[in-house]
Design a protein. Structure first.
Ligand code: HEC
Length: 201
């Protein structure tokens, strides 16, 4: 469920930005007729895309284990740039249209950057207790017993993944799962992976 919505969000955001980019270029190059034609052509698809984009975004927000400042900044920027864009295009104001485009692209840049930043809570490199490490780093999505399933996290008590694959996914992350290769050392990752084996029924 989460995965499907995550991809819906990704695709609708990209389509939305693409339409937006074409409109901005047409406006900036004084192709007013082209802009009017394009706007008319994409009117319905744009409505569908922006609805999907907003709904999937809202759903994803409700699934976040914690809302970070970066996320709030992103949302404020996205919501601020929409009226700017509407006014900009309606009045043919190039500066407003450009500013809103830069803002919205910037918001996604920010979101990507914050993803690449060190994830989760750094642990002292000396802690080698799998249970303790699991509690600080994994419980918010997977739950105490591995079954919580937030953000589409699979049930770890039913996982058929072997230990090496687990070490790999903890180190590098996958889709909505964060990577821990920067915050945890090899021995810690191994300790957590071993601990997740004990969650199996
Ligand atoms: C932000 C939420 C989140 C956090 C925090 C998180 N996970 Fe995950 N985890 C996921 C998601 C989502 C998936 C599914 C990834 C995919 O396949 O797309 C996943 C998949 C896994 C899998 C693969 C299970 C399988 O059978 O496919 C393992 C193992 C796992 N996580 C262990 C951990 C461990 C250990 C930690 C802590 C170090 C952790 N996860 C932290 C969300 C999270």
């Amino acid at each position: 469920m989460y995965k499907g919505i995550f991809y819906t969000h990704l695709i609708s955001v990209n389509l939305f930005l693409l339409i937006y980019l074409v409109k901005t270029i047409l406006l900036l190059t004084n192709k007013n007729e082209g802009l009017a034609k394009f706007t008319k052509m994409v009117k319905v698809p744009e409505m569908i895309i922006s609805t999907l984009f907003l709904l999937s975004g809202i759903y994803m927000l409700t699934q976040l284990p914690e809302i970070k400042t970066m996320m709030i900044i992103k949302i404020i920027i996205v919501f601020a740039s929409i009226p700017l864009a509407i006014i900009g295009f309606k009045k043919g104001n190039k500066i407003l249209a450009l500013v809103s485009f830069v803002l919205i692209v910037g918001a996604y840049g920010l979101a990507e950057m914050s993803k690449k930043q060190k994830s989760a809570t750094a642990q002292p490199a000396t802690v080698l207790n799998g249970f303790e490490l699991y509690t600080t780093n994994c419980v918010k999505c997977h739950g105490d017993d591995g079954k919580l399933g937030l953000m589409g996290a699979p049930d770890l008590s039913a996982s058929a993944m072997d230990i090496n694959a687990k070490i790999e996914i903890i180190k590098n992350g996958k889709n909505a799962m964060a990577s821990f290769g920067n915050t945890l050392n090899k021995a810690q990752i191994k300790a957590i992976a071993d601990f997740t084996e004990t969650l199996k029924k």
